[in-house]
Ligand binder design. Structure first.
Ligand code: ATP
Length: 286
């Protein structure tokens, strides 16, 4: 389960996230929608611990900054980043070791197969196409068998086969009780996936729409009617069901992440672990 409340993030004078609150329960897929600059990536990066914020974020009931929470969530960034000197296979091995994940050879092979990366295993990070990088990034996230997965525009750059595979995998994760949060503009791609949609604009959530109460609205209709980017709908900006919204706690982020330049560092971090997470994971095992 993913619980966000009172999430507020400012970049200088820009209020990118303003008292954001929502919950995505176990076994559900949440979609973050909103125009460019609405604050979607800021929310995802806050959950992933890549930017400082105010508010409370809990992953599987634990503070998002805790090691326990970091162990059970994965993040696929908008822009994949590869280590030049590591092969595709080594990227996966690195993540498996960093997380001390219990992963069999068959599971690695199966994931690589599903994303048609089997014959790319020995390619270095800087030898991959953009789509291949995106696939590796997704594999790195999935390989630790996360309970909560954050995907920021995951389908951009993927070929149709990979998009289909990713959708299948997302539905499998949901079946196993996983929690998935996807930020996207590709409404068509997520129309059969979503359980609850959060529409953002100007740093705020302007509507929360569980699928069962959004009746006959499809995502596109919902999006345009709520954001007002296109006229012709009777759906107002009132949430159909705001039960998912949580009250703000106003809790402050621990200072340990408040390093100069931190807001930008790690934005493109592969899969999830930045060096600090890896270090902490290692420390915890000793
Ligand atoms: P898009 O759909 O275009 O990816 P988004 O909904 O993900 O947009 P964000 O990237 O979260 O939006 O941006 C929200 C606001 O915060 C925007 O006004 C943006 O200019 C600002 N912003 C985002 N990142 C930074 C940053 N590192 N420094 C300063 N301002 C930022």
């Amino acid at each position: 389960m993913l619980e966000v409340s009172g999430l507020t993030k400012k970049y200088g004078k820009t209020l990118a996230a303003d008292q954001i609150g929502f919950t995505v329960p176990d076994g559900k897929i949440g979609i973050l929608l909103g125009p460019n600059g609405a604050g979607k990536s800021t929310v995802i990066k806050s959950i992933a611990g890549l930017v400082r914020y105010k508010g409370s974020i809990r992953i599987q009931g634990r503070d998002a900054g805790s090691l326990e929470a970091k162990r059970c969530f994965a993040y696929v960034p908008e822009l994949p980043y590869m280590y030049d000197a590591l092969t595709v296979r080594e990227h996966l091995e690195f993540i498996i070791r960093a997380y001390h994940a219990d992963v069999s050879e068959e599971e690695v092979g199966s994931l690589l197969n599903r994303f048609e990366l089997m014959d790319k295993q020995e390619k270095l990070g800087n030898e991959l196409s953009k789509g291949m990088m995106q696939k590796v990034s997704i594999c790195c996230a999935l390989i630790i068998k996360p309970r909560v997965i954050l995907l920021d525009e995951p389908m951009v750059g993927l070929d149709p086969a990979a998009i289909r595979t990713l959708k299948e995998i997302i539905l499998e994760q949901k079946e196993y009780g996983g929690t998935i949060l996807i930020s996207t503009h590709m409404l068509e791609m997520v129309k059969e996936l979503w359980d609850v949609t959060f529409v953002m604009d100007k740093g705020r959530i302007i509507g929360t729409y569980p699928r069962e109460t959004a009746a006959n609205k499809d995502l596109e209709e919902l999006y345009f009617s709520v954001t007002g980017q296109e006229s012709g709908s009777d759906l107002t900006s009132k949430p159909v069901n705001a039960a998912c919204d949580l009250a703000s706690t106003g809790k402050k982020r621990p200072l340990e992440w408040e390093e100069a330049g931190r807001d930008r560092a790690g934005e493109n971090g592969i899969g999830h672990p930045d060096s600090k997470t890896v270090r902490e994971a290692g420390k915890d095992r000793r």
